[in-house]
Design a protein around this ligand. Structure first.
Ligand code: FE
Length: 305
């Protein structure tokens, strides 16, 4: 048994009366279905980024719609930021590793996300927002993940939450530090919980050779993106800047990974698929084309601002 598992088991035993069916160890780990290399692109006002989860993977990785990774020391790659643009029908989760971005939206929310912090924005029925760098020099690095909303919630009121670095719970085991942004890990509840899609969003810091396990229902879609070093999942090497899509074999009961000799840092993302139709046009993600036409019309007539 790994040391990480030992900690998880101890924690789970202490709370056994509260948790009934969640397993605490992984006996049949998931395999890697495929490795994905992101596509270099630019968005906003010329911000260079790598689109890791692209539109053709939305069905496979339901409820996740997009993952962008960005990381640069060159202000020219990020200084244009993301000026005013609309969204409707889903949530954007921005996780900063380095750098500072200011968010403002038409629902009246404003916030500054800095290193280690998260901005969790629920677009719901729609808003117009901007995400602009609050620095002229230095490193900018992080991720933006798009999480779909169930059909019943797509037209809910917009919401916004800033989660500064010190408010993100951390779990640890020998050689392992886990920042628990959403869901839970090693018995520690994350900063955000969501019904229906039950998203897990972890930032894993692994020392050389350290291992980590996370029990996970077989039907939940899951992926790991390595942003430092390298690791192995069920024997498959996952190099830096690759996303491993994890298979959903019915007998698999979780994820198990081990860092290579140089250690690794990676994000692990998982969630319960919605299995609802996905209709996307740019920043609008709904269930039908008719709803997309309506979103475009509402934006053009100023009803999102
Ligand atoms: Fe945006």
């Amino acid at each position: 048994m790994s040391t990480a598992t030992a900690t998880a088991t101890a924690t789970a035993t202490a709370t056994a009366t509260a948790t009934t069916t969640t397993p605490t160890t992984v006996t049949t780990p998931r395999t890697v279905e495929r490795l994905v290399q992101g596509q270099a692109t630019s968005d906003g006002a010329g911000v260079k980024l790598v689109r890791v989860l692209t539109q053709n993977l939305q069905r496979r990785l339901d409820p996740f719609l997009m993952l962008d990774a960005f990381g640069t020391d060159n202000p020219g790659d990020y200084i244009g930021g993301f000026p005013d643009h609309p969204h409707r029908g889903f949530e954007t989760v921005s996780y900063m590793l380095d750098g500072r971005m200011r968010h403002r939206d038409s629902a009246g929310h404003e916030g500054l996300v800095g290193p280690g912090g998260v901005q969790w924005m629920t677009a719901g029925r729609g808003l117009v927002h901007s995400e602009m760098p609050e620095q002229q020099a230095g490193r900018m690095e992080g991720f933006q993940l798009w999480l779909n909303l169930p059909a019943r919630d797509k037209m809910r009121q917009p919401a916004y939450r800033d989660i500064p670095a010190h408010e993100i719970p951390e779990a640890s085991a020998p050689g392992v530090r886990v920042r628990v942004i959403a869901g839970q890990a090693l018995g520690v509840a994350g900063a955000m919980q969501r019904e229906v899609t039950e998203p897990v969003f972890l930032d894993l810091h692994l020392e050389p050779g350290a291992d980590f396990e996370l029990p996970l229902p077989a039907g939940h879609n899951a992926f790991v993106y390595v942003y430092r070093g390298a690791l192995r999942i069920a024997g498959t090497p996952v190099p830096q800047q690759r996303m491993a899509i994890l298979a959903n074999a019915p007998q698999a009961d979780g994820v198990a990974l081990v860092a290579d000799a140089a250690g690794a840092r990676a994000i692990l993302v998982a969630g319960q698929p919605l299995n609802e139709p996905i209709a996307q046009y740019g920043p609008f993600v709904m269930n039908t084309q008719q709803e997309i036409f309506q979103a475009v019309e509402d934006f053009q007539t100023g009803r999102l601002a």
